[in-house]
Design a protein around this ligand. Sequence first.
Ligand code: SAM
Length: 226
Amino acid sequence: MFEHEQFQKKLYGRRKGPKLSAYKEDLRRTLLPKVALNIVNGAAPHSYFSPPVDDVWLEIGFGAGEHMLALARANPVVGLIGAEPYESGVAKLLSHMADDPPPNIRIHEGDARDILASLPDGTLGKIFVLFPDPWPKTRHHKRRFIQTAMLTEFARVLKPDGEFRFASDDAGYAAWTLERLLAHPAFIWTAASPADFTTRPAHWPPTRYEAKALHGPPVYYSFARA
Ligand SMILES: C[S@@+](CC[C@H](N)C(=O)[O-])C[C@H]1O[C@@H](n2cnc3c(N)ncnc32)[C@H](O)[C@@H]1O
């Protein structure tokens, strides 16, 4: 199905971090099973949520999850699915939501490609890839999450009026992504002026990584499903 080696199941990046506190270990045992996404091949993403939701959005590599949690709280009738293989990131999100877990969050502690491959066509309202690992060395570019074949996969799972949001503080990865999105027939850039991609839109909650913006000024791309 997928021709690019990106789609082989090797995951680049960490799963394990420093030893978790007893509190976070406990949340992994008690809260994670209640909010975990139990992937069912071919299942409509709406079926993962109760009470029912009007739309489902997917965040790929949510880090510590503050963007996803803010969106879930601000949009109670939207289901938020998040994928993050880094155990410490997932534990941090659990600790942020432990007091009042929103019913509209499902977490996959693993590779986002597991979710994408399971989804039927045209079922997601939005996909977010925010500050993905930039893999700056040329020989590592094939490890970047954004590849043309991945954009085609996003187009498959997005609804006709769906949206893809991308942010990066790495100029090389930003240019790489923009080039592929502009060349892709399934996406239309919604920016009307430079301010639309150099300033974070007010309705995009900030992420933890963005606060560091280590590499340079971030860009924020919003592309509509054509
Ligand atoms: C630089 S961090 C940014 C985290 C967060 N989006 C933020 O802005 O704070 C990139 C994240 O992508 C995650 N990641 C890498 N490959 C992934 C994959 N195949 N599926 C899901 N997440 C992935 C990493 O574990 C890491 O936490």
